[in-house]
Design a protein around this ligand. Structure first.
Ligand SMILES: Cc1cc2nc3c(=O)[nH]c(=O)nc-3n(C[C@H](O)[C@H](O)[C@H](O)COP(=O)(O)OP(=O)(O)OC[C@H]3O[C@@H](n4cnc5c(N)ncnc54)[C@H](O)[C@@H]3O)c2cc1C
Length: 427
């Protein structure tokens, strides 16, 4: 995307085209202006337009330019945080509300994909959180217990069943979550954009918002070449935020994450590796993830940025790891490589911010934004439509707070991943 093959990699190669959009070059008016063309902004645009609201979405670069076009494509039901820790962190009302909403998030994603016939390689076969060693298994046993007491359809699988499903004997067990699944992330974002346009939303790309004012009780949002006057602003810029809400990015610590995609595997390998096409990640601190795309490419990822010395270190680590995990693979060719920045908040939970009267946004999905972004975008639309009050939202309002030593932590994550992968971790 934008001539950078390492920004969106495989997803750019295989996603259907986005709707035709142009740069905003005039002064226009709308009921709601949305800033950011990822899942949060697009879901809000779609739901508002479907309800007959006049909505304009401004995207700085292209649809899915941020995390939405770069991620692994795991549609998760929840966050990294253990279920029991939600009420501890947010109090019982918000904690339980958020947990329930996140648990139902993948169902909303599936519903939208089916309703709008979005071609995005949706797989409904669940995800496997794979246990590395006895410690990993203990963590998953606890996670299973906490979800199961809430009635969630999660099952702890033993090592043999995990091996049968994954095609690797590396794991001590796994947690199968049948609410979850995988998709082609950029195709999903572009599909939401098509649906929003069809419903009447006006989308402008190449239109970074650079400033905002209050004029006669309305909001004016300016780009370099045009402006939108509206009653509401939805800030959906998350970790890739620039311009007036750059503080949203500064609230998060960047965790770089890369992916490598093999060429399509042959039939025998596809029967042995992830024959059921579950999406996987492991319990390690410097985790790895893997999944298949529709054409049978194995997409393998981990923490790290593919730039400078990182490129060679992470790629040779990935080759070694794949050989250990899947000896049947032999030497692999990578067809695509890309990386992005995951925005992490200090308590690993998302944020709800009000930047002024009628200026709202959710952000900080901690690498879990497909279902939450879709869900929170819909919620913001329902709030503006008067269907959900502010106090019924799943998160309390918080001030934007920049974490201490952010730059140091970011440098540590990037260098730490290189050191770990250079010194040849076990996987
Ligand atoms: C490498 C990687 C792997 C990940 N893996 C997963 C995964 O497997 N599963 C999962 O659920 N989540 C995953 N995530 C997280 C997920 O991608 C994000 O949480 C999600 O994309 C957030 O959606 P969003 O719409 O809020 O923001 P984004 O998708 O980041 O979109 C924000 C948009 O706002 C635009 N923007 C910023 N500033 C301005 C401005 N001033 N004017 C106009 N537009 C602006 C940006 O250009 C961008 O397109 C991953 C993220 C990364 C980077």
């Amino acid at each position: 995307m934008l001539n950078d093959p390492r920004s969106h990699g495989l997803w750019e190669k295989t996603a259907p085209a986005p709707p035709l959009t142009t740069r905003l070059e005039e002064a226009i008016s709308a009921d709601v202006v949305i800033v950011g063309g990822g899942y949060t902004g697009l879901s809000a645009a779609l739901h508002l337009a479907e309800a007959g609201t006049d909505v304009v979405l401004l995207e700085a670069a292209e649809i899915g330019f941020g995390g939405a076009g770069r991620n692994v494509g795991l549609i998760n039901a929840g966050m990294w945080v253990m279920p029991d820790d939600f009420p501890k962190e947010l109090g019982p009302i918000y904690g339980d509300r958020l947990l329930e909403l996140l648990g139902n998030g993948p169902a909303l994603v599936r519903e939208l994909i089916e309703k709008h016939a979005i071609a995005c390689e949706l797989e409904k076969s669940g995800t496997l959180h794979c246990a590395v060693g006895p410690e990993g298994l203990t963590e998953l046993e606890e996670r299973a217990r906490q979800w199961q007491k809430r009635g969630a359809p999660v099952t702890l699988l033993d090592a043999a069943e995990t091996e049968r499903r994954v095609g690797s004997s590396a794991y001590a067990g796994s947690l199968l979550d049948m609410r979850a699944g995988t998709l082609q992330p950029l195709a999903y974002a572009r599909g939401l954009a098509h649906a929003a346009v069809k419903a009447g939303a006006r989308l402008h790309t190449g239109s970074p918002v650079t400033g905002t004012d209050d004029v006669n009780g309305r909001k004016v949002v300016r780009t370099g070449y045009g402006e939108v006057t509206a009653d509401w602003i939805i800030v959906a810029t998350d970790a890739y935020s620039t311009g007036p809400w750059e503080q949203v990015r500064r609230e998060q610590v960047y965790l770089p994450y890369f992916n490598l995609a093999t060429t399509p595997l042959g039939d025998n390998l596809r029967r042995s590796i992830l024959p059921g096409r579950e999406g996987c990640w492991d319990t390690k601190d410097i985790l790895s993830s893997f999944r298949m795309d529709q054409a049978g490419r194995l997409v393998f990822g981990s923490v790290g940025a593919l730039r400078g010395t990182g490129t060679g270190i992470h790629k040779s680590w990935a080759r070694r790891s794949l050989k250990r995990l899947f000896p049947q693979l032999g030497d692999v060719e990578f067809e695509a490589e890309w990386y992005g920045q995951i925005g992490m908040t200090d308590n690993a939970l998302p944020r709800f911010h009000k930047f002024g009267r009628n200026v709202l946004g959710f952000s900080g999905y901690n690498g879990r934004g497909i279902a939450p972004g879709t869900t929170f975008g819909k919620l913001l639309a329902r709030h503006i439509l008067g269907e959900v009050s502010e106090t019924d939202l799943p998160l309390p309002l918080t001030e934007v707070q920049e974490p201490g030593f952010r730059a140091v932590k970011e440098a540590y994550y990037e260098a730490g991943a290189q050191i770990a992968h250079f010194t040849g971790e076990r996987f």
